[in-house]
Design a protein around this ligand. Structure first.
Ligand code: F6P
Length: 548
């Protein structure tokens, strides 16, 4: 770490606003959802229509007083200043001494952003232009495999941020993808992942994108080597590697060492783009090939729209501020440990997994910026599945379980291709039904009054009162997806800023990587090092006994 640390805000829990919030939260059992929902003044504060998104927080257990106090807390903690510091390229990732500039990836063409003497917006656009040339050539068939055959399959090899973003977005934008190009994703070092991705593919028609910011990630390099062997064996020539393997990375030296020419076949990005914030960079190359450069620009434009809204809208009408404050209220004041993100769109099936990395790798921290222990809970456990499937699996617990799980329901009024509106209406009807059922519920009295068996009434009753957020948009298209991603990115930033943590490092993942690097050879040659605990030594030996 070098340079002076920006001031760490005082612990949120020491502020006078926190004391007020705790007092309001202590009276939460008196909160009556029905009367809260009937209160128009409150509803006006808790619904925001902006940038084509409708954010409805009316079903949160939030009073106007709580909301105002949360906003005051966020102001006191310097959220606005931190946002501006991020956009200006200040090194707000203090433990890695880096700027955090994913917002620069989506600046419109022609805008300048000079950071530490370099116009990084110009660099961004020149790389986007190179990507667009590549994507067009692959899509049109102009860029072929080594033997002159058309490329029909793209396999992206990467993990974490080098996988989840493009994989999630390619699935989400399925109706916009090229009909004759299949894009597959490999992340796990489990051989089953690469094997199943390669199933049915013709090596002469397959292009690999090896995507790794550092180009040192064990899983990615192991899979990339295995892919190269498959390619060379299948095409019968080493020269297919130059024609059919490209790299996306910030590490030209490592790319060259792997055997990919960084000048010809590498797309770059910069250390100021965090892995989990990188889908708008060259990491999105597979997505750009799938949907085309024009739609990719739309995707970036959607993100930029939210970036501008974040800076311009007052906190009271600001989508990201309000979403962040609702999550903070539930997690830190009402004590709910998890959040379920439930997209009512099958194509958003990977969105919860994407948010898991975005949120949990960013805000799962135990110390504050100054290294002092965080005395309140850090970010929540994020999970979820698309509706309506979840309704027939885990929603039982959401409605009647003793644990309260706040839910974000995300839905769209029309289908992406504008067809089959009846089925889309049914899907959205389910989203609204869940919002109502979770928040209002059905009492024993209502069940009996409707002729239900009084003995069964306690089993059937749903007490309601579950915190629900609804995010609604017209349809799931590239621009809207970009908006959703940017909205949640900024939510993470704001929550982390209030808590005073570094949302942009991820030191916690290192220990497991170090140990795995040691244990791998120990499994192979049986020489367990003495400094493992006895149980670990036993486990390594048990694996050795079981392997062939
Ligand atoms: O292990 C965590 C992590 O560092 C993520 O933050 C990152 O997105 C992922 O690994 C992949 O890293 P890379 O792109 O350098 O291969």
């Amino acid at each position: 770490m070098s340079g002076a640390l920006p001031p760490t805000p005082e612990p949120a829990e020491s502020t006078e606003e926190w004391a007020v919030l705790e007092a309001i939260a202590a009276a939460d059992r008196l909160f009556d959802m029905r009367s809260a929902l009937a209160d128009r003044t409150r509803s006006e504060r808790l619904v925001v229509d902006a940038c084509g998104l409708r954010l409805d927080l009316t079903r949160q257990r939030l009073t106007v007083e709580a909301l105002d106090t949360l906003i005051a807390l966020a102001r006191r903690q310097g959220v606005q200043e931190r946002i501006e510091a991020m956009f200006a390229g200040e090194r707000i990732n203090v433990t890695e001494d880096r700027s955090v500039l994913h917002t620069a990836l989506r600046l419109p063409p022609g805008e300048r952003l000079v950071v530490e003497g370099t116009d990084i917006a110009a660099d961004v656009h020149s790389e986007l232009d190179r990507m667009a040339v590549f994507a067009r050539e692959v899509r049109s068939g102009e860029r072929t495999g080594h033997g002159g055959r058309r490329i029909r399959s793209i396999v992206n090899i990467g993990i974490g941020g080098s996988n989840l973003g493009p994989q999630m977005a390619t699935a989400a934008l399925r109706p916009f993808t090229h009909p004759d190009l299949e894009v597959r994703f490999v992340s796990n070092v489990d051989p089953a992942d690469l094997d199943s991705a390669l199933e049915g593919l013709d090596p002469s028609e397959t292009m690999f994108i090896v995507c790794s910011k550092t180009f040192t990630t064990l899983e990615t390099l192991t899979n990339a080597r295995a892919a190269r062997e498959w390619l060379v064996a299948g095409t019968g020539t080493e020269s297919s590697v130059a024609a059919q393997m490209v790299a996306v990375s910030t590490a030209a030296k490592e790319v060259k060492e792997f055997g990919i020419d960084p000048h010809r076949s590498m797309f770059g990005f910069w250390d100021w783009v965090g892995g989990r914030y990188s889908v708008g960079s060259a990491v999105g190359l597979s997505l750009m090939v799938a949907i085309g450069p024009e739609q990719f620009r739309e995707f970036l434009a959607g993100m930029h729209e939210i970036d501008s809204h974040l800076r311009e809208a007052p906190p009271e009408r600001n989508l990201a501020w309000l979403l962040a404050l609702a999550w903070l209220w539930n997690g830190n004041l009402l004590g709910h440990d998890t959040v379920a993100v439930l997209p009512y769109a099958q194509d958003l099936q990977r969105f919860p997994a994407y948010l898991q990395q975005l949120d949990m790798e960013s805000n799962g921290k135990r110390v504050r910026l100054d290294g002092e222990r965080l005395e309140i809970e850090s970010g929540p456990i994020v999970w979820g599945e698309p509706g309506t499937d979840g309704q027939h699996a885990f929603h039982q617990l959401l409605h009647q379980g003793t644990r309260i799980v706040p839910c974000d329901l995300i839905g769209f009024a029309t289908s992406a291709d504008g067809e089959d509106q009846d089925r889309q209406d049914l899907l959205v009807a389910n989203l609204i039904a869940q919002a109502e059922a979770l928040s209002i519920g059905r009492s024993e009295e209502e069940i009996v009054a409707a002729g239900g068996d009084p003995e069964l009434a306690p089993h059937r009753a749903c007490e309601g009162g579950r915190p629900v957020t609804v995010v609604l948009a017209e349809r799931l298209d590239p621009r809207t997806l970009g908006k959703l991603i940017a909205l949640y990115e900024h939510k993470v930033l704001i929550e982390g800023a209030i808590q005073g943590i570094d949302s942009f490092d991820q030191w916690g993942v290192e220990l497991g990587k170090d140990l795995a690097r040691r244990i791998g050879p120990e499994i192979e040659d049986g020489a367990s090092s003495a400094d493992h605990d006895p149980s670990t030594v036993e486990l390594i030996e048990a694996v050795r006994r079981l392997r062939p």
